[in-house]
Design a binder for this molecule. Structure first.
Ligand code: FE
Length: 231
């Protein structure tokens, strides 16, 4: 099987949120698809290990924030590489609660959809939630982030719990590495001195050694000492 072909399927990049009692949570997701227009229904593929899955199962409601191309890697990383069981992913972010009580982002977001679960399908590692859309609102103007843009321009990596994660992706990253690059041992983000880290104000051409001591991984927040030279 040529797993590279999976990379040719196009996706968006979304923040899927839900709640459990008073607790709110959300995660980065690319498996969000509209399946019918009348009535408006979506299907969400959510990893069973994720706290968001537990929240959606319990509350039966969700919201999907549609990310813009300008979304910093740090926001995608915050929702994608940390667990809501351990951290409050919304701390310090601009968000509000939708009509169904699920949080929706107000920044880096073109708009959001709120919904309720009408059917669940067990798909092995993931649950497919079929959701009826109960509200949809525009928030900001802009272009939507796509999975391809995220990979090609923002150089994101994919957590192993994402449905689109494939071993080939790791292999490809290994082949691209040079001695100057450093890898985050927590999330797999690769610091490339040629690109720098513009989202954090680090200019292209900055060697890893010259990064400020308080610089952290833009994907997951790991500190510099959690990086190691890429092979
Ligand atoms: Fe990281």
């Amino acid at each position: 099987m040529d797993t590279e072909i999976f990379r040719k399927i196009s996706y968006g990049v979304y923040i899927v949120s839900s709640r459990k009692g008073d607790r709110i949570n959300a995660q980065t997701a690319n498996a969000v698809v509209q399946i019918t227009a009348a009535p408006p229904q979506l299907v969400l593929g959510i990893c069973k290990d994720n706290f968001t899955n537990e929240c959606i199962k319990e509350s039966g409601v969700f919201a999907v924030s549609i990310l813009s191309q300008e979304t910093p890697l740090s926001l995608i990383g915050r929702f994608g590489f940390k667990s809501g069981r351990e951290v409050d992913k919304f701390a310090g972010l601009s968000y509000r609660l939708g009509n169904n009580g699920c949080p929706v982002l107000q920044e880096h977001t073109l708009g959001y959809l709120e919904g309720k679960v009408v059917k669940e399908l067990d798909a092995g590692t993931h649950t497919l939630f079929v959701g009826m859309v109960t509200d949809a609102q525009r928030v900001n103007e802009g272009e939507p982030m796509t999975y391809a843009y995220y990979h090609q321009v923002k150089r994101g990596t994919t957590p192993m719990s994402a449905p689109t994660y494939i071993e080939a992706e790791k292999k490809e990253q290994r082949e691209e590495k040079t001695m100057e690059k450093y890898t985050c041992t927590v999330c797999g983000y690769i610091y490339d001195p040629e690109q720098g880290d513009p989202d954090s104000g680090v200019a292209p051409g900055t060697p890893f050694e010259e990064l400020p001591d308080d610089w952290v991984c833009p994907m997951c927040g790991a500190t510099k000492d959690q990086f190691e030279p890429a092979e």
